[in-house]
Ligand binder design. Structure first.
Ligand SMILES: O=C(O)CCC(=O)C(=O)O
Length: 244
């Protein structure tokens, strides 16, 4: 196909310029159906690590069901992750956050500024949406270009984007990008979102992080998954080489 006009920005260029990128409809309907079933089972069988009036948190969901685990090495997800974080990417954390109707919004914040103030794109968080999320249904919001000045907060708020997601959409943003869960009206259902965060191989999780144990997944993990789970780099990846 002939490209007319300017080529599309890559995921990396979008993350650099705007602090986030979007992949619409990335997860197939068949996979989403399995994810929804796994989520229903998770809610029945697992006690969340916290359950607050506005939000419920389930860490380490990839160990719970293959439908979640298959997201970590989903080719479309890795395309963006490898561009932005690099070929040596690994998972830093994975969880489901369920926003609940609460009449309010979460506060705008940045993640892990110990990392973000130096290299925002080396801590890349992907929000993966199971269902449509309306503007008043607890949409994840991001503020474009807020990663450029970590000493500013409120000045950026008027420029927010409340991401009204469709099923299977992905919204990826770096550590220094302001984000939050937006207004969640009492008339809207609970809003689960799967979050996967990727970092380079050489970055460590803090010891207080509770979601890292993946014994079951590791028993049959491919070389790619062993890398993503932080055990061993794939043989073809070397920190001494740069490959895009
Ligand atoms: O639930 C959301 O939409 C936002 C989550 C969030 O702010 C975070 O993961 O740091």
């Amino acid at each position: 196909m002939t490209t007319i006009g300017q080529p599309r920005l890559t995921h990396l260029e979008q993350a650099d310029r705007y602090g986030y990128y979007v992949q619409r409809g990335l997860i197939s309907a068949e996979h989403l159906a399995r994810i929804r079933e796994a989520f229903a089972r998770l809610q029945r069988d697992v006690k969340p690590e916290w359950d607050k009036p506005f939000q419920t948190y389930y860490p380490n969901v990839i160990e719970f069901d293959d439908a979640f685990a298959e997201l970590i090495d989903h080719p479309g997800i890795l395309e963006g992750v490898f561009q932005v974080v690099g070929q040596e990417a690994q998972i830093y954390s994975n969880e489901i956050l369920v926003s609940k109707p609460n009449q309010g919004t979460m506060a705008w914040h940045r993640d892990k500024m110990s990392i973000g103030r130096h290299c925002p794109n080396q801590f890349l968080k992907l929000a993966i949406f199971l269902d449509h999320v309306a503007a008043d249904g607890g949409p994840t919001g991001v503020i474009p270009e807020s990663h450029f000045d970590i000493y500013k907060g409120e000045e950026f708020y008027p420029h927010k984007i409340d991401f009204t997601a469709g099923p299977g959409d992905v919204l990826a943003f770096g550590a220094a990008t302001l984000h939050r869960a937006g207004f969640h009206s009492p008339s809207r259902p609970n809003r689960p979102v799967i979050f996967l965060t990727y970092v380079p191989w050489w970055m460590k999780q803090p010891d207080y992080y509770t979601g890292r144990s993946c014994e079951k997944l590791l028993k049959s993990a491919s070389p790619l998954r062993r890398q993503l789970l932080g055990v061993q780099l794939r043989p073809e990846v070397s920190l001494d080489l740069h490959t895009a």
